[in-house]
Ligand binder design. Structure first.
Ligand code: E4P
Length: 218
């Protein structure tokens, strides 16, 4: 399973890249705003900076909600860097835009997916990635991981090439369970990835090894 980091923070992206654990980045307008990035040229420069740090795909989201606007924005984003994947919301105009982009060979990430029906439509339109938001479903007492499982099942039934990008990941067990289900990619915060590191027996074992070494070697 590929790991994408879900942030627009350059330091965190650099840290994850240096650890060698990420295969790409996802951003969204809220994450860009959190970093204080505003204005078209600053936004484009920021995406370029992200592409220069990582080797993999970088999702950059359109703001328009009409087909023409999405196409205009998406073409600018795709021209920016070969690693850019145009992120498009799951709305009717978005589906039209995904169809257009896929015919033009521009890669897309269909975002804000909360049902299998939406995931099926995105795949039919030729989305490169589909982003089901598992954490936000969990937030409203619905099983987010069950959605990943259901999409996996349907995509496998028909050999859809669209990759399942489990999004809105909140904690390490989300990551582990996405891998067990067979999500192609997960995107989440660095904190959730680093939490996978922790095990008390690792800490205890290391402390013992170091203490035993010290006894003989000072
Ligand atoms: C996905 O691409 C989104 O950026 C993201 O995963 C949303 O996560 P959140 O629900 O934690 O905001």
């Amino acid at each position: 399973m590929k790991f994408f980091i879900d942030t627009a923070n350059l330091d965190q992206i650099r840290e994850a890249q240096n650890l060698g654990i990420i295969d790409g980045v996802t951003t969204n307008p809220s994450l860009m705003a959190k970093e204080g990035i505003s204005g078209e040229s600053a936004i484009l420069d920021h995406y370029k900076a992200i592409c220069e740090i990582v080797d993999g795909d970088v999702s950059a989201e359109v703001i328009s909600t009409d087909f023409e606007g999405m196409v205009r924005e998406g073409e600018i984003l795709a021209d920016l860097h070969p690693q850019i994947v145009v992120k498009v919301p799951m709305i009717k105009e978005g589906l039209k835009a995904i169809t257009y982009f896929s015919q033009k060979g521009i890669r897309t990430n269909c975002t804000l997916i909360f049902s299998v029906g939406q995931a099926l439509l995105a795949a039919k339109a030729g989305a490169t990635y589909v982003s089901p938001f598992i954490g936000r479903l969990d937030d409203i007492s619905t099983d987010g991981l069950r959605l990943i499982e259901d999409i996996r099942n349907i995509y496998d039934n028909y050999d859809f090439e669209t990759e399942i990008l489990a999004a809105s990941v909140r904690h390490p067990m989300h990551i582990v369970e996405c891998a067990q289900i067979g999500a192609d990619v997960m995107t989440g915060p660095l904190s959730a990835m680093l939490a996978l590191l922790n095990h008390p027996l690792t800490d205890k074992g290391l402390a013992t090894f170091l203490a035993d070494h010290k006894k003989l070697n000072g």
